[in-house]
Design a protein around this ligand. Structure first.
Ligand code: AKB
Length: 317
């Protein structure tokens, strides 16, 4: 059985991925790490260590000591936050990936790496509807530039050194367990909390802003499916487009109103509007479907019902 390391285990994706990986492969085989303490189930359900992925010596020591065979590197500064501290965000996003790629190149036992890319690799000159896998890529955000550079490095390490690195261009991810932090698509998570807490929400994107979104269970399933796929079937070594549902704040508002009729929304677009306007409204994920069987189960209606129920339980309302 492989030993798996997850970096960024306290984050939005990590906190759900670790639980799923431990269920599949056994708690003792999934080593959760983060720069900070994680939720109790992550720290208690198997090995957990506070670790800084920027510290290459600590990283390599950990990987050798625990005989790690697979790494999921999820730590990153997201689009909104990265615009506030561009040089720091660039450094964190790039140096951490380079540390991982170098370790994977040097340590023979490391067989596979997962690293998330994003729809942020695209920019205003890209076709915005049904954006193809291969398209013009001129991102206008620091985050997008770091993801595009990261994709090129992943492809380079695959071709040059045979590092088996796999990646998905995540759309906005919607989840109830851990709140996202600092992204442009985060409105689609915040809206649920505010609907339940205050029956009103100040949205930082305009009502018609359409972006691709995926419910977290679909994202977790896709991530593991890609990592478990036979290497010979994979034709993309930069990062795969995965679609999801295209939704606008107005559509989400309407869907939530079915359960909270008095829920109101005010639109106050901020600097994130320009970011959202530069991203695809929908993406074409045909290659992911053909290569390793990507499929999406949840639509807007199913996802909204689950989000509202789970967050109500969590907030005890
Ligand atoms: C963000 O909004 O920055 C992220 C992303 C789409 O990569 N959720």
């Amino acid at each position: 059985m492989d030993n798996i390391m997850v970096i960024g285990a306290a984050g939005q994706i990590g906190s759900e991925l670790v639980v799923e990986l431990r269920m599949r492969y056994g708690g003792e085989h999934v080593f959760a790490t983060d720069i900070k303490q994680a939720p109790p189930d992550i720290m208690e359900g198997g090995p957990f260590q506070v670790l800084d992925v920027m510290d290459d010596k600590q990283l390599i020591h950990f990987i050798i000591r625990h005989k790690i065979n697979q790494i999921y590197h999820l730590a990153a500064v997201l689009s909104g936050n990265a615009e506030k501290l561009p040089t720091q965000a660039w450094k964190i996003n790039m140096d951490s990936l380079m540390n991982i790629l170098e370790v994977a190149k040097m340590v023979e036992e490391v067989k596979k790496v997962f690293w998330p890319s994003s729809i942020a690799v695209f920019g205003p000159t890209t076709i915005r509807r049904n954006t193809p896998q291969l398209a013009v890529m001129e991102p206008i955000t620091v985050y997008g530039i770091s993801k595009l550079a990261g994709e090129r490095w992943c492809d380079y390490y695959y071709n040059k050194f045979g590092v088996d690195v796999r990646s998905l261009r995540y759309p906005g991810l919607i989840s109830y367990k851990t709140e996202a932090g600092g992204g442009t698509t985060d409105y689609a998570v915040e809206i649920f909390y505010e609907a339940i807490r205050h029956a009103s929400y100040d949205c930082f994107l305009g009502e018609g802003t359409s972006l691709p979104m995926l419910f977290m269970p679909d994202a977790i399933k896709a991530t593991i499916q890609l990592m478990e796929a036979d290497r010979s079937r994979l034709t993309i070594h930069s990062s795969y487009n995965i679609g999801g549902m295209s939704i606008t704040p107005a559509q989400l508002h309407k869907e939530i109103q079915k359960q909270i009729p008095g829920f109101s929304i005010r639109y106050n677009p901020d600097f994130r509007q320009a970011i959202a306007d530069s991203w695809p409204q929908s993406v074409d994920d045909t290659i992911a479907r053909i290569d390793w069987g990507f499929e999406q189960k949840y639509d807007l209606e199913m996802m909204t019902k689950i989000m509202l129920n789970e967050i109500k339980n969590k907030l005890n309302t």
